[in-house]
Design a protein around this ligand. Structure first.
Ligand code: NDP
Ligand code: HSE
Length: 443
């Protein structure tokens, strides 16, 4: 390759924090592609240290690079850029703040940290003029944050909806396609390197909620934290839910939905807010997200001028995530070579975040009821009482009992909850088998 002639600037010296599923692949790509990266950046990108917990475990990387002293590595004058792939809030927050304060650019895949502390990390970056890049934090290999931060910076985004957690999509796809059990599929996702160190972060929806917070912050120019996101995981999703979904031509996905909401205030003036939620939802099998299986992710972005865009690709795993990290590393290295900076935080809109009770969706409600005259009418009356409009009803008799499935038109969460509470108390309703939102259909 004829690249050496153009590579003249001082090398960019990189500290890597963490060398697990993702870190190992970063080291591999940095080593294998060293010459090409140098040509793209305009100088060599050199790995000068790798912080881990257990150095003896890491025979795949040069021993002289390994250290257990992450704080010391970050503080070293020989480091220009810190790449963090450890995860968790502390001590990574302290280390990354120290790096940014010292003017060292940071590339991180840590969505949990960004969804809680993006504000203070950006403030530290602004104060020193350093870069903070985090493409790998959402949707693995898929270039999604850069399009939101840069390509769509001239448009108004109205909605972001998609599958942003590979582990839960891997589990739900297996439950749907092969009838595989929940626990064995989760073990497989961990073995393949998709799951978080604590996989409850995946199955309880925390990981997707962190990603939704990051997406909403970028899309709506508003600081949204993980705590602002309504969250339900997949641990309550059963094979019976899949059977019910299948009977109506649907499947079940864990969705992250970020919306710009337009309302009228008490004074009659138009108001804007944002609503951000993560929960399992039934979607039609004809919907493009229904075909996204395994650890793949897919995200729809709707913008006023651009219309609908779809981003699709591998959402988890070592090599795909390392690809996104390296893309960021090249960007911050290029910025350092030319003395420039990437985009800063954009939170000027400062929109309010709406509570879930005000969010409207369609619902699929499955009940076990007594099979006798007047039951359907009495259940329907409760829906009417709470102004929840019914779109479809399906009843299947089983001797003296019946399975009653009701699909609603779009209704506020609060009204639906009150309706279900009332229905559950009716003497002939034996069980509320499941209540699940329905997305991807006309309201
Ligand atoms: P792993 O658990 O595989 O690796 C974590 C690494 O961090 C290990 O090398 C570990 O050291 C090191 N480490 C942990 N604690 C410390 C500490 N106190 N000091 C120094 N080193 C420490 O995680 P992943 O590679 O899967 O994930 C890393 C990050 O990337 C997380 O933020 C995750 O959310 C994010 N991410 C992961 C994706 C994936 O598909 N795996 C996809 C997108 C983002 P040792 O090996 O010695 O124990
Ligand atoms: N545990 C995460 C997932 C890794 O399954 O999507 C990618 O962020």
């Amino acid at each position: 390759m004829n690249s050496a002639a153009s590579v003249t600037a001082k090398p960019i010296r990189v500290a890597l924090l963490g060398c697990g599923t993702v870190g190992t692949q970063i080291v591999r790509l940095l080593t294998e592609q060293a010459d090409e990266l140098a040509a793209r950046v305009g100088t060599r990108v050199e790995l000068v240290g790798i912080a881990v917990r257990r150095p003896n475990k890491h025979r795949e990387v040069p021993a002289e690079l390994l250290t257990t002293d992450a704080a010391g590595l970050v503080a070293s004058p020989d480091v220009d850029v810190v790449v963090e792939v450890i995860g968790g809030i502390e001590p990574t927050r302290t280390w990354l703040l120290a790096a940014l304060t010292a003017g060292k650019s940071v590339v991180t895949a840590n969505k949990a940290l960004l969804a809680e502390h993006a504000g203070e990390l950006f403030e530290a970056a602004d104060a020193s003029g350093a870069d903070l890049y985090f493409e790998a934090a959402v949707a693995g290999a898929i270039p999604l944050l850069r399009p939101l931060r840069e390509s769509l910076a001239g448009d108004r985004i109205t909605r972001v909806m998609g599958i942003v957690n590979g582990t839960t999509n891997f589990i739900l796809s297996a439950m749907d396609e092969t009838g595989a059990g929940y626990a064995e599929t989760l073990d497989e996702a961990s073995r393949l390197g998709y799951a978080e160190a604590d996989p409850t972060a995946d199955v309880d929806g925390f990981d997707a909620a962190s990603k939704a917070a990051i997406l909403a912050s970028l899309a709506f120019h508003t600081r949204v934290t993980a705590g602002d996101v309504y969250r339900e995981g997949i641990s309550a999703v059963t094979s019976a839910d899949f059977a019910a979904a299948r009977a109506l031509g649907r499947t079940i996905k864990l969705l992250a939905i970020c919306e710009r909401v337009f309302t009228t205030g008490e004074d009659g003036a138009p108001e804007e807010s944002v609503a951000v939620r993560v929960h399992p939802a039934m979607i039609p099998r004809s919907h493009p997200l229904a075909g996204v299986s395994g650890a793949f992710n897919a995200v729809f972005v709707e913008a006023e001028a651009a219309g609908q865009l779809m981003f699709y690709g591998q959402g988890a795993g070592g090599a795909p995530t390392a690809s996104a990290v390296l893309g960021d590393l090249v960007a911050v290295a290029r910025n350092r070579v030319v003395g420039g900076r990437g985009p800063r935080e954009s939170a000027y809109a400062d929109l309010a975040v709406r509570p879930i009770a005000q969010a409207s969706t369609r619902y699929h409600i499955s009940l076990d009821v007594a099979d006798r005259a007047g039951v359907l009418a009495a259940v329907a009356a409760e829906f009417a009482q709470h102004e929840v409009s019914i779109a479809a009803v399906r009843q299947e008799g089983r001797a003296t009992d019946a399975s009653l499935v009701i699909v609603t038109h779009s209704a506020p969460d609060a009204a639906l909850r009150s309706t279900v509470d009332k229905v559950a108390g009716l003497p002939f309703v034996h069980d509320v088998v499941s209540v699940m939102r329905v997305e991807g259909e006309d309201s």
